[in-house]
Design a protein around this ligand. Structure first.
Ligand SMILES: *Cc1c(COP(=O)(O)O)cnc(C)c1O
Length: 401
């Protein structure tokens, strides 16, 4: 048995099979590269679904984590700690908002946003108790908790996990008329990804997000933007909403906020909205812990310079110049995306998304398929142009272009 086979066999023997990983066993990583247990190197074009926007082993993030490890790592929110205030202040500033509610995983932050919207609906908007409705979009991905899968339209994510949480209605993504028709007097929020990541990097039609913004404002409904995957530099801006000059009422953040070091998520909004919480009504043992705050503070500092957004813009333009012309050429049916983020629908003649991912793996490139035919490309934002070009060469090779 090779070391790779041993690693895979050990994982399969005693882990629930809720994932279908590619057959590679990573041992170390640095920058945009991962090395497996056999010493083979791979270019990472997934970046932990955008959790690794700043690359593996980022010096600034590791130094911040290491320094904090030696000071204090966890207090619980029973006490104040000396990184918490700074973290909330800086994150609120980055978002142009007032208040921050920190959690750990993305799903927890989405749950928090749902609770926020419902409470705001009852306390501020005056919706009758128990009637609050939240509108979401078809093909959404907001996480894996029971409430969140209740409003998923993906059978795989949802089947056999009922009974489902009521209070949600799903409408086609990108269809403003359908959204407008769904809003009623009990609607407290519209929850959307400004670009749908797991669905295959679906960018809504121009004007959709501003339309949602106007509609929600006119109807006294909160616009909650789940920027867990699209935010924090990936699209070339701090937030994907910025491409259309839209400011939502609530940002939901995660993934890159923890720099790929620790899970950090947050809901960020105005005092009017997040101010609805009183002590004891919501929380998390680990949310806003000192280690998380120290790492996230460094992430925020890196985003404030704009250099990663700039890189995502420039390399993203290059990526789409390279990939765009492939669409319709026989191997690739469609290419979508924004910034350093692309979804490609592979023509069935070239195999499934999984098959293409496995062929890329064999050539030293890591990507992950989604929904059968689509592969997603989301390298760390610090990837060099030469490495990206090499990765694209491998992609063209496995597609027979
Ligand atoms: C990944 C993701 C989530 C869930 O985050 P977890 O940390 O996996 O719970 C929620 N929303 C979006 C848009 C995501 O991409």
């Amino acid at each position: 048995m090779t070391s790779t086979e041993r690693g895979i066999a050990a994982a399969e023997a005693h882990s629930a099979h809720n994932y279908h990983p590619l057959p590679v066993v990573v041992a170390t990583a640095e920058g945009a590269w991962m090395t497996d247990v056999a010493g083979r190197r791979y270019l990472d074009l997934l970046a932990g679904y955008s959790a690794l926007n700043f690359g593996h082993g980022n010096r600034r993030l590791l130094d911040a984590a290491r320094a904090q490890l030696e000071r204090v790592t966890l207090t619980s929110r029973a006490f104040h700690h000396d990184r918490f205030g700074d973290f909330c202040t800086r994150l609120a500033e980055l978002c142009g908002m007032e208040l921050v509610l920190p959690m750990n995983t993305g799903a927890e932050a989405v749950e928090t946003a749902i609770k926020t919207a419902r409470k705001w609906g009852y306390q501020v908007k005056g919706v009758p108790d128990g009637r609050a409705k939240i509108i979401v979009a078809d093909d959404n991905f907001h996480g894996r908790t029971t409430t969140i899968v209740s409003f998923s339209t993906d059978a795989e994510a949802r089947a056999d996990f009922g009974p489902y949480t009521p209070g949600f209605e799903s409408v086609p993504y990108g269809d403003l008329a359908a959204l407008a028709a769904a809003v009623d007097e009990h609607t407290v929020a519209v929850l959307l990804e400004p670009i749908q990541g797991e669905a295959g990097v679906l960018v809504p039609p121009a004007g959709y997000l501003p339309g949602v913004r106007k509609l929600t404002r006119d109807r006294d409904v909160l616009f909650i933007a789940d920027e867990i995957q699209s935010g924090l530099g990936r699209t070339g801006r701090t937030f994907a909403c910025e491409h259309e000059d839209v400011v939502p009422d609530v940002y939901v953040l995660g993934k890159a906020l923890g720099g790929g070091v620790v899970p950090v998520s947050a809901v960020v909004s105005s005092r009017e909205v997040l101010g609805v919480f009183a002590p004891g009504e919501h929380g998390s043992t680990f949310g806003g812990n000192p280690l998380a705050c120290a790492v996230a503070l460094e992430v925020i500092a890196m985003l404030r310079t704009g250099e990663f957004q700039q890189r995502a813009t420039e390399l993203g333009a290059h990526l789409h110049r390279e990939l765009g012309p492939l669409a319709g050429g026989g191997a690739v049916d469609a290419v979508r995306g924004r910034g350093l983020w692309a979804g490609m629908d592979i023509n069935p003649s070239r195999g499934s998304g999984r098959a293409v991912s496995e062929r890329l793996l064999a050539r030293g490139v890591l990507v992950k398929d989604t929904h059968g035919a689509t592969i997603r490309i989301a390298p760390p934002l610090m990837i060099s142009k030469a490495d990206l070009d090499w990765g694209l060469d491998q992609l063209r090779h496995v597609l027979g272009i």
